[in-house]
Every structure is written in C-alpha cells, then in structure tokens.
Design a protein around this ligand. Sequence first.
Ligand SMILES: Nc1nc2c(c(=O)[nH]1)N[C@H]1C(S)=C(S)[C@@H](COP(=O)(O)O)O[C@H]1N2
Ligand SMILES: [Mo]
Length: 200
Amino acid sequence: MSDQPLPPGQHVPRDRPALHYGPVPRFRAHRWDLRVYGFTESLGEFRWSWPEFDALPRVSTVADFHCVTRFTLPDEHWSGVSTEALVRLAPPDPSVTHVMVWAEYGYSANMRLDDFLARNVLLATHRGGERLAPEYGYPLRLVVPHLYGWKSVKWVRAIEYLTADRRGFWEERGYHNRADPWKEQRYSYQEVPGDGPPLG
Ligand SMILES: Nc1nc2c(c(=O)[nH]1)N[C@H]1C(S)=C(S)[C@@H](COP(=O)(O)O)O[C@H]1N2
Ligand SMILES: [Mo]
C-alpha cells in the first residue's frame, strides 16, 4: 500500500512517535473487562473478562493509518477481534445508528455504526505480530483505518450503542465528527448539516 496515494495533506514521517492525550494506563488483568451496553437488542449488558476476550476468534488486516496531525503510517499490520464478530455476539437494537467507544480515563470517540462495522475495523490485540506495547493501547485498542487516527481508541474498555449521535472527546473539542481523511474532514467548522450533532 506504500505505492498507493496518500490522502490530501498527509506525509509519511521518518519516525513514529506514539500519540495520545494523558498518561498510559496500567493494565491489571483481574480488574479489566470489556463491556457492551446501551441499546442492545436485549437491553442487557455484555461483558468479557480479559481471558474470555483474548480467546475470541482472530482476524488480521493491513492498512495505512492516518493521523490528523498529517502523518500517515503505511502498511500497519493488526490482528484481533473484528468489530463485526463482536457485534454478532452482542446484538444492537435495530434502532442503533452510532456507537461511542470508551477508553480508560474517559477518552471516547463516536462513529456511525456502519463505520464501526466497516471492513478492516477491528479490536486489536497485536500490531506487527506482537502484543501491543503499553503506549500503543495494550491490551486492546480499536483500529479504524478509514477514519483519522483519533477514532482508533487505545485502551478500549466499553462500546456504547446509541440511537442518536453524540460527540466524543476530540469531536467535542473542535475536531470533525466523521473524520474521513480522503475528504480531509479535520475540523468541526468544516461540517455541513448531516455530518453530526452541533458543538456545545
Ligand atoms: N485512549 C486514547 N486513544 C487514542 C488517543 C488518545 O489520546 N487516547 N489518541 C488517538 C490519536 S490522535 C491517534 S493519531 C492514535 C495514535 O495511535 P498510535 O500511538 O498507535 O500511533 O491513537 C488514538 N487513540
Ligand atoms: Mo492523531
């Protein structure tokens, strides 16, 4: 994919720093869980302990990764559990249109359900064939290669099913609600009606 065109305004950097807001959380296996809640079909909550989650069937993918700060990492290899498989295990109510993905320390990112379920989207446990390093989201991160990097939530702990869109951490702070790098949807002031709920 390195011979593919880059989205507008992106370049491939010489080295790649880990990028996130706030400290790297410590993983404690006995306290960790992944929850799916909100408008599930049954209105009940789903929960996986770390050993349960880590035993789910895996898929892998290769995709370029685009950060809104204008760097693109070509050909990132990821493996983990596809969001499609997770949603099959935890069915949403038919009225669900969006999800909020929650991380440690309250970081969040919202997206349309169809973006969450798109090809190549997965809850990754491995990058480049190795367990994620702590600063890259260990033990579990979302990877959404077709949207800007802030939607690829590291240290994921929960998925909330929504029947109306709600802005996440960066989406509330001036970043674009949808974040398609091919349309260069970087900032909320570029939004047009239909891209998302108003700021504030
Ligand atoms: N929990 C959490 N996830 C996060 C962030 C963050 O601040 N907190 N930053 C996002 C941003 S802006 C980017 S570009 C990617 C960076 O992922 P990387 O460090 O693996 O390159 O993580 C995303 N996931
Ligand atoms: Mo980013």
